[in-house]
Design a protein around this ligand. Structure first.
Ligand SMILES: Nc1ncnc2c1ncn2[C@@H]1O[C@H](COP(=O)(O)OP(=O)(O)O)[C@@H](O)[C@H]1O
Ligand SMILES: [Mg+2]
Length: 408
């Protein structure tokens, strides 16, 4: 729990688990919702399913989106089962999850009382467990959040072919895996033997559109906080700091709602200031937490590169590598590890070819890390800065583009 005392010392605002998980006030992502609806319809028609993967940085809104998408299918045509990565490795675990879900369906309505779904837990392969369709001819929608954890498996365990089977849809009835995970999830899938996604089956989740962002902030202020009067100036001020990033929006919206409620729908100057302070503090904490496993020096190097070549860039793999190698004896394995950690923690997003820093204010924060390093050891870092410039120079001739992300 994060507590923050307002300047007046009058109120304490807290942010329990508000800033993660299913959204209280969900807006946007309409193109993705339509895409997923069509995706399910296609699976029903062809009686074959495949994977639908949503990947993105922490706080981009994957879990909230998965929650909204999981409510789309009608329970009369789909059985929805939330699984964790273990179910993909362990047939008995998958059987347990499916059995519980099927029992839930049968309990829910006597109309639906079909055969109880009892897969044979002794089936050796998860794939065989999935050969048994759910009751009443339903499709099976498996939902897996934090998909990147698939890679954490018992030592020496063979890579199961479950994922491949689901991805290629050979069960005779529609099986769809809706997965969410960090930006390295596609790579995690590739390690598990699934490397190709059809167009439209892979979403790189970026920031919310301006319009959706404003709608979410408005709901926090008006619906949650009971704000009275014209809230547009507050929305303007907050969206300038949140830049469409769902996690940030909640970091300002939730404290604003709490203080509005305490003040009967208004925000005295001091409390408005407290909202801004709270949000800014949460943003910083969020970046620090993302970066806790990354050396300050590496953050500063990245910040130096941004300083050199500007924000909102796509970086090639070799550019990132040459920047990280500027200040150390190049050890390819070590550098690869740093890039992977940056991807896993959402400091970088992208595939293995191009990367970008996913949030503009995170780019500012990285530049501050560079400025801090420069201030601490000006001589060293002036040289480093020149080396970064030199390392990136050959690529500076128009190889950069703007980052493209799915949003809305
Ligand atoms: N489209 C949205 N509209 C409103 N709030 C959202 C939206 N997407 C995410 N949120 C909220 O933003 C915060 C971060 O989202 P979350 O789904 O936990 O991110 P992730 O799973 O990508 O780390 C949560 O509080 C969530 O409820
Ligand atoms: Mg999540």
């Amino acid at each position: 729990m994060v507590a923050y005392r307002t300047q007046s010392g009058k109120h304490r605002v807290t942010l329990d688990a508000d800033d993660r998980g299913p959204a209280e006030y969900f807006h946007g992502r309409t193109a993705i919702r339509t895409m997923f609806r069509q995706f399910l319809a296609a699976a029903e028609r062809s009686r074959r399913g495949t994977t639908f993967l949503v990947q993105g940085a922490p706080g981009a809104g994957k879990t909230a989106l998965l929650d909204v998408l999981s409510r789309i299918p009608s329970t009369s045509t789909w059985m929805t089962v939330h699984i964790n990565a273990r179910a993909l490795h362990d047939p008995a675990w998958m059987a347990r999850e499916l059995t519980l879900a099927a029992q839930g369906l049968n309990l829910a309505g006597s109309q639906d009382a079909g055969p109880v779904y009892t897969p044979d837990p002794s089936a050796l392969a998860v794939k065989r467990v999935l050969l048994i369709p759910p009751p009443m001819d339903r499709g099976l929608l498996l939902i897996l959040d934090e998909a990147q954890t698939m890679l954490i498996q018992p030592k020496g365990a063979p890579i199961p072919d479950t994922l491949n089977a689901i991805h290629n849809g050979g069960f005779g009835y529609p099986v769809v895996l809706l997965a969410g995970g960090l930006s390295n999830s596609k790579t995690a899938f590739a390690t598990m033997g699934v490397s190709r996604f059809r167009g439209g089956n892979l979403v790189n989740l970026g920031r919310l559109s301006g319009e959706s962002e404003r709608a979410v902030i408005r709901d926090w202020l008006v619906l949650a906080g009971g704000a009275r009067g014209d809230v547009d100036p507050w929305i303007d001020a907050i969206s300038k700091e949140t830049q469409g990033w769902p996690h940030h929006i909640v970091s300002y919206g939730s404290p604003a709602a709490q203080l509005l409620k305490l003040n009967g729908g208004t925000l005295p100057d001091q409390d408005w200031q407290a909202v801004l302070n709270f949000g800014r503090q949460r943003k910083r904490e969020y970046y620090e937490e993302r970066a806790s496993e990354i050396a300050l020096e590496d953050l500063a190097l990245l910040g130096g590169a941004i300083r050199c070549f500007g924000k909102d860039r796509q970086w090639s793999h070799s550019q990132i590598v040459s920047v990280l190698e500027v200040a150390r004896n190049a050890d390819p394995l070590e550098t690869k590890g740093i890039v992977e950690t940056m991807l896993a923690k959402g400091i970088l997003a992208g595939d293995m070819r191009t990367y970008h820093v996913p949030i503009p204010s995170m780019e500012d924060w990285l530049q501050e890390r560079f400025a801090a390093a420069m201030q601490a050891s000006p001589d060293v870092w002036r040289d480093i800065f020149e080396s970064i410039k030199a390392a990136l120079r050959p690529a500076a001739k128009g190889q950069f583009g703007f980052s493209g992300q799915a949003g809305g």
